[in-house]
Ligand binder design. Sequence first.
Ligand code: FES
Length: 390
Amino acid sequence: MSNQGTPPHGGGTMVEPDGPDDRTPARLGDSHDGSDGQGRRGTVVIPDRFENPGLPAHVHRLADHDPAAGRRAERQVATMFGLSMLATLVFIVAYFAIDYTTDVFIPGVGGVNLLHVVLGVSLAVSLLGIGAGVVHWAKTIMPDTEIVEERHLQRSSDDNRAKAGNMILAGGDAAQLGRRPILKYSLGGALGLFALPFVLQVAGSLGNPTKSSELAETLWDITPRADGSPGQPIRLVRDPELTPVKASDVTIGSVFHIMPETLKDSTHVLEDKAKAAVLLMRLDPAQFSADEKGRKALSWGYQGIVAYSKICTHVGCAVGLYEQQTHHLLCPCHQSTFDVTRDCEVIFGPAKRPLPQLKITVDGSGYLVATQGFTEPVGPSFWERNEYVN
Ligand code: FES
């Protein structure tokens, strides 16, 4: 083997292989087309194998040579495990001691169920304590020298494979499955049926664990007065400022994120927001389609201002993108697209139903109000959904 010479620093690579054993590595800056990255061309040899760089030199940790540091790390690990034990005890006590109907107000979050919060936080601390303790233990006290385990061949020898095959066939012969098919089929039936109780439990628990009506109700629902007359309309307020919106504020092409005014009285703010979120847009009335869908959308709005649920009917993401030119609402999760000019019918994507429209008008002061709740459940489908469609 001979190389044609070592190229000068910064010069082109002029390495010619002289035989199959040439192992000269390509240099940094060599390109695949054979040029050296500066426009000069040469022959580049990519070696079949690289030298094993080996492991980096082992760096000793403090606890490896200082017994005091080792004891300190030991105490730190034990403290984390102790914290975990404490949190687990809190979990157990809270499980029995806290009334599951108790709500608390957490600034920035809103009303939350106290039991759920305590159980969640204590369980998190409990797991975190164990995890952090184990990691700290491994990093500071356990040996950290790297060990290489050579792989052996996974495949058995031909001899062993043949023996295993013969044993299986002999087992089949001994069980006489071929000669007594009734045994084969009855065993198959018994094993198949045995799986059913497990399938039933899973399928049976797929039903709605909450009251279905909770999924159908939103804060937009208006309670009738005692005499049966319609209740007080609910003002539309901006999210998150919760300030009411006048019809004159909504210019053509604008879009508002809306909540019901009653949200401020809610004790389950997050759950109620998740169902009541609405998008408000104004179109030129002439832009609505002339068919039945367009007429319905227009008549449920106010002078071209229309309000639709923001919760995607596919799997419930927030439909947050409004294309002003096309009047399309787009869900960013799986790109379902809804046409506002045709009552938010689905024109693309996996959603199967239009976004429910909220019927609105203005009150005596010119503020936008909802005169009734949604006439169908918002968001994704659930098994009893059709029972709540008006
Ligand atoms: S959740 Fe909107 S498209 Fe899937």
